[in-house]
Design a protein around this ligand. Structure first.
Ligand SMILES: Nc1ncnc2c1ncn2[C@@H]1O[C@H](COP(=O)(O)OP(=O)(O)O)[C@@H](O)[C@H]1O
Ligand SMILES: [Mg+2]
Length: 255
C-alpha cells in the first residue's frame, strides 16, 4: 500500500521584502510504499529540507499534492494535521529543535506527554531507547550542556519514542561520529524491519546504503533513483557514489 504519494510538488519561496523568488522544488513526484526505507540525496540547496517539511505538513507546497495514507495533506485543517503528526509521524530535524528549558529526558518525552501516555509507560520506552542511542548518561542534562552529536541523538530519540508509522529524518547522522552514526543507522534498520517506514535525507553514501532505495534530487526535481534489490550495502554504496559523481559534475545522464 502507498503510504506516501508525492505528486508534482512545487515550492517557491518569496522573500519578505524584495519579492525575490527562490524555486526550491520545481516538480517532485515519487511515492513510498508502507514499510519502505528510502534515502534522499542531493547537493546542499537542492530542496531536501523543503521537501521533508512539506511531507510533515510543516510547510505548504506552492503546487501539487501530497497524499498520506490516501488522504491529501495539502487542503487539510491544522487540527487534523496536528493529530496525524502526533499519532503517526516522527521527525528528526536537521537543527535538532530541542527546547533549551527542558532536560534531554523531558525533550524526548515531550511527544508522549502531548499524547497523554501514562508516566510508567513512558519510562519503559525511554531507557531502552536512550541506551541504544548511547545517551542514557545525559538524560538529566540540558541541551546547552551537551555536544552536537548528543543533541542529534536526543532528537532522534524524541522522534522514535512514539513508534511512529512514518519517520522523516533530515541528515540524522550529520553531527555524529562514525560509531554513533552506526548505532543510529542500526536502529533505523531495526525499526524498519519491524515495519516502520523511513524517509531519510543524508549526505553520506554509507548511511544511504542502509536504505532499500535511494532518490537523488537535483535542481528541485527527482533526478534518479536506485533500488537496492539484491545488492549488498557495499555494492549499493558503490552505485550511489557513481551516481553522485555524475550528479555533481552536472552530467545529463538520466534514468
Ligand atoms: N524559508 C526560506 N525562504 C527563502 N528561501 C529558502 C527558505 N528555505 C530554503 N530556501 C531556499 O530554498 C532552496 C532549497 O533549500 P533547502 O530545502 O534547505 O535545501 P537542502 O536541504 O537540500 O540543502 C535553497 O536555495 C534555499 O536557500
Ligand atoms: Mg537541508
Amino acid at each position: 500500500m502507498k503510504l506516501l504519494d508525492v505528486k508534482n510538488v512545487k515550492k517557491t519561496y518569496t522573500t519578505r521584502f524584495g519579492g525575490n523568488k527562490v524555486q526550491a522544488l520545481r516538480n517532485v513526484s515519487f511515492s513510498v510504499e508502507e514499510g519502505e526505507y528510502v534515502a534522499i540525496m542531493g547537493e546542499s540547496g537542492s530542496g531536501k529540507t523543503t521537501l521533508l517539511n512539506i511531507l510533515a505538513s510543516l510547510d505548504k507546497p506552492t503546487g501539487g499534492d501530497v497524499m498520506l495514507n490516501g488522504k491529501s495533506i495539502v487542503g487539510i485543517r491544522e487540527k487534523e494535521i496536528a493529530e496525524f503528526r502526533r499519532n503517526n509521524l516522527g521527525f528528526v530535524f536537521q537543527d535538532f529543535n530541542l527546547l533549551d528549558t527542558f532536560s534531554i529526558q523531558d525533550n524526548i518525552l515531550l511527544p508522549l506527554v502531548l499524547s497523554k501516555v501514562p508516566y510508567e509507560e513512558m519510562n519503559k520506552r525511554l531507557l531502552p531507547l536512550a541506551k541504544q542511542l548511547g545517551i542514557e548518561a545525559i538524560l538529566k542534562k540540558y541541551p546547552y550542556e551537551v555536544s552536537g552529536g548528543q543533541k542529534q541523538r536526543a532528537a532522534a530519540a524524541r522522534a522514535l519514542i512514539t513508534n511512529p508509522k512514518l519517520v522523516l529524518a533530515d541528515e540524522p547522522t550529520g553531527a555524529l561520529d562514525s560509531r554513533s552514526a552506526d548505532q543510529l543507522l542500526d536502529m533505523f534498520s531495526e525499526i524498519n524491519e519491524e515495519g516502520q517506514t523511513i524517509l531519510m535525507v543524508t549526505h553520506s553514501a554509507r548511511a544511504a546504503s542502509h536504505a532499500g532505495r535511494v532518490l537523488f534530487i537535483k535542481d528541485g526535481e527527482v533526478y534518479n533513483q536506485i533500488y537496492k534489490g539484491n545488492m549488498d550495502s557495499e555494492e549499493l554504496m558503490h552505485q550511489i557514489n557513481n551516481t553522485l559523481t555524475v550528479l555533481m559534475s552536472g552530467g545529463e545522464e538520466r534514468e
